[in-house]
Structure formats: C-alpha cells, structure tokens
Design a protein around this ligand. Structure first.
Ligand code: BG6
Length: 485
C-alpha cells in the first residue's frame, strides 16, 4: 500500500471511539510511514474549551492505549503536529463549517476521509452539512460504524439518507472484525491452499461452529446494549460476516465488488428462521452473577439496575440452502461474561467412510480444523496417527498446531489502522455493502421479532459457557460445542 497523503476528519474527535481506537491507529500508521507528514488529522469538537485541552487528552490516551514499546515521545510529538482540532457545530449550517474547510487541503485529487464517530442519529445531518458546504468532492469518502439501524427498515432509512449525499462507492461501513488480520487470513487459508478448497463442502464437512465468547460484561454501555442485545450487537454483523467468509464461493478477484457479491449470495441463501422455528433453532440467554477469571461479577440486571429481557447470549443453528452447504448446520454463538475470551471457527469433518482399524481401541476420529482468531492466532488440525511403540495398529489422535505468532515477529495488527488506510486508498473490499447489511437484517429481524412475543431469555451463570439450552441445541443433533481451554 503506498503512503499517499490524505486528510482524515474525525467527527466526534474527542469521544471514546476516536481517542481509544482511531487516533492510536493513526499514530501506528504514522510510525510505519503510512500516514505521511503531508497528511492531516482533523478532529472536530463541540466546544472551544475542548480545543484547549484536546492535545493533552490525546497524548494521555496514546500512552494509555498503545503498548509500551509502541509509544515514544519524539514520534508522538511529531504525530501531534498533524492533529488539527476545530469546533464544528454539526446541528447548524454556520461558519464553523468554513473553519473546517480552511483546514482541509483544497486539492481535489487528495483523498478526504470523513469518519463519523458520532451518534448514528446525526449521520444523515452531518452528510447533509458536508454536502451543503461542498466539502464532499469526488475523492471524499464517509466512514461509519454500527449501530447502523435497529432493524432492516431503520437501517434502510439511515443508508438512504446518507445516500442522498454520498454514493455507495463513497460509503465505507466498518465491521471491525473484517479489519482483523486473522479474519483476512481465513481467505488466505481457504483460497490459497488447494487442499482446503477441495474439502470444503457438504460432502466432507459435518458441521461448522463459529463462536465469539467474551469475558467482559456490558461495561459502561448498559443503556446502548439494553436496546440492542447480542443479536443486533454481534450476530447481525460480526458472526454473519465470519459465516460469509467461511461459506462463500471463491471470488473471481479480491476486488470489493467480487467479494461482496459472493457474501451477499451466502446471506440470501440463509434459510429463514421464523415463527416457531425460532424456538427450535435459536437460544437466547442472559447472565446472572458468577465468577469470571477468578473474580465475582454482578449479573446483567444488577449492572443495568433495571428489569430487562435483553439477551446477552445467543446461539443459532443456521442452514445455507445452496449446493455447497446443503443440510450442513452452522452453529453460531456469542455471549458476554462467558468462561473465556475467544473467537474461533471450527470445521468438523465427517467420519471416514469405512473403519479399517477394527482392532484399535481408539476408533478413527473425524478430522477437525480449528481457526482461532483471538486471543491467539492459531490454526490447528486434528488428525489420526498410529501410536508409536505399539506392535498392532492402534490409533492415536494428535494435533498439528500452528501458532502464527511464532511465524511472524510481534506485529501489532490494528483493525482500525487497516480500515482507515483502506478507506483513504479507496479499497472497499473489507467494508460492508448496503446490500449485505440489508440481507443480514432481513435474516435476523424475524428472530428478534419472535423473541419479543415469546418467553424470556434463559439465565446463565457468569463464567459458564451460556445457558444449558445452548448445549441442548447441539446435543439434540448428536453434537457438542468445542469450548476452548
Ligand atoms: C463490538 C460490540 O462490535 O464488538 C461489543 O459492540 C463487543 O459489544 C465487541 O464487545 C467485541 O469486539 P472484539 O474485537 O473485542 O472481539
């Protein structure tokens, strides 16, 4: 990727997302020479008072959120010279927008990235103002992140409002999971290795598990979270994006349109789960107090200090009705306050068709490919071998274990750095197209809708692997979750 100069404007520049994720990501890019000194980082603020203190605030946040060996005083000082604070009143078409214009490079060939780190309720208005003041030239892009709507209808309304001022090709919707290196590695694994691509379908695969488990609770976001729940927060986006990358056909090229159109095909092939099928194929849970990592933590309702039926856990049995995946269950699961933080994809192969080792006490076990995305980046393949030092043909299961950290020297991959630079370089392949977002909502909406009118979430103890009903979802099929650790 070449290091061309660009202007990045972060609306909501003093906020949590900006100071915790976006600005540290740009500092990393700066240290790696990808955010050159000719570039600008404009942070918009709400008040003049904030302008006085923002640079110190940012410096403190860099120290807090960067790893010790990433931060150094001299680079930080140079980086801070590129940071330009400005007060912009998003609600009003006043002169503050001209102050912003004055900080932007007037060269229309230079990329302008407007990152809206502001509430989605004002995305449309912010785009309208940018248009009104003619700040969105042909090399401008707008970057937004969830929550992008609450359901298909509200998402559509939001996208339509933004589309009045920015074309789809200028609109970059972030799913930060797509910016994670190991998630991209999934494509390398699938499409860069003949052996996997030929063993990747209903003929050879028994089922797929995709789990994102978190140890954290709702932190300081209880109000936001309570209106969303795990299905909107994690299933509609991150889990379905991972499912797409596992299930999609090989794109003709790695360009954005080719990748997105394959993902949309998968989303459209997802078998709808509606009405009573929701009770059959989904489980929702809510955590109560328990021990996570040796510490006692409060239950969801205590954290919220209110009553609520919002789910903090969801598990789904999904089917993709197409030629490749016919009748192969995809078990998806995510939850807060679970036993371990882990994001993992498990491809469980079928049993061998005939057992030629009848005398072995150990029967051949079906192969299993495990792709761990975090906390470590690992690829494991469970295979059968012959037990050494044994005269007869006794089998033994072993694991081929590839820890990618051993292969690459410590690199601090940073999803936001990658995604912002991609937006600056007009590479949309790791962003979510409107059609994908709509298809994902269309599948998730009936599930949430059914929950609203039926029962309450099953409770689970913090520090467990979710409600018992989640285990039953798989045992009913003669399977079990592969829990890490
Ligand atoms: C966010 C969700 O999108 O992803 C959070 O809103 C969740 O609730 C987070 O904690 C998990 O991301 P990561 O990168 O920590 O796995």
């Amino acid at each position: 990727m070449s290091a061309q100069a660009f202007d990045l404007v972060i609306f909501g520049g003093g906020g949590d997302l900006s100071c915790r994720k976006l600005i540290p990501a740009m500092y990393r890019a700066f240290k790696e020479g990808m955010f050159t000194p000719e570039s600008r980082l404009i942070v918009t603020l709400r008040t003049k008072e904030e302008v006085g203190s923002i640079k110190d605030h940012i410096l403190n946040k860099l120290i807090e959120f960067l790893k010790a060996d990433e931060y150094d005083v001299s680079s930080a000082q140079q980086f801070m010279t590129l940071v330009k604070p400005v007060v912009v009143d998003i609600a009003e078409a006043n002169d503050s927008w001209l102050d912003l214009e004055a900080l932007l490079d007037s060269d229309v060939t230079r990329a302008r990235v407007f990152y809206l780190a502001i509430p989605p309720t004002i995305f449309g208005l912010c785009c309208e103002q940018l248009d009104h003041f003619k700040l969105n030239h042909e090399n401008s892009r707008v970057v937004v992140e969830k929550p992008l709507g609450y359901d298909a209808a509200s998402a559509n309304e939001l996208h339509s409002k933004m589309a009045l001022y920015f074309d789809e090709s200028q609109t970059f919707r972030i799913d930060h999971y797509l910016g994670k290196e190991p998630v991209q590695n999934l494509m390398a694994l699938r499409f860069g290795n003949t052996m996997f691509e030929h063993l990747w379908d209903a003929k050879t695969i028994d089922h797929v598990q995709i789990s994102i488990s978190e140890e954290v609770g709702v932190e300081g976001r209880a109000n936001f979270y309570d209106a969303a729940g795990a299905a909107r927060d994690m299933l509609q986006n991150h889990l379905l994006q991972l499912l797409c990358l596992v299930a999609m056909e090989s794109p003709n090229t790695l360009n954005a349109d080719d990748i997105r159109s394959e993902k949309v095909k998968v989303l459209k092939a997802l078998r709808p789960i509606i009405d009573e099928d929701v009770d059959l194929h989904t489980v929702r849970g809510q955590y109560v107090a328990g021990q996570v990592n040796g510490s006692m933590v409060r239950g969801y309702l205590e954290e919220l200090d209110d009553n609520s039926t919002t789910e903090t856990f969801v598990a789904v049995r999904a089917f993709i009705d197409n030629w490749r995946w016919s009748q192969v269950p995809f078990y998806l699961r995510t939850g807060k306050r679970l036993a371990k933080r882990c994001a993992e994809i498990v491809i469980q192969y079928k049993d061998v068709s005939h057992n030629v080792f009848p005398n072995s006490s150990q029967k051949p076990r079906a192969n299993r490919l495990v792709i761990r995305l975090q906390p470590e980046e690992k690829i494991q393949l469970h295979v059968m071998t012959k037990q050494l030092d044994c005269l007869d043909m006794t089998l033994k299961p072993v694991t081929l274990d590839l820890n990618l950290a051993d292969t690459y020297d410590a690199v601090y991959s940073d999803a936001y750095k990658r995604l912002i630079l991609d937006a600056a370089h007009n590479n949309a392949s790791l962003f979510v197209h409107r059609e994908e977002a709509t298809a994902a909502w269309t599948w998730v909406d009936p599930i949430i809708e059914h929950w609203r009118s039926s029962g309450t979430p099953s409770l689970y103890r913090s520090g467990s692997w979710g409600p018992d009903a989640s285990d039953r979802l798989l045992t009913a099929d003669g399977r079990r979750w592969f829990n890490v650790g």
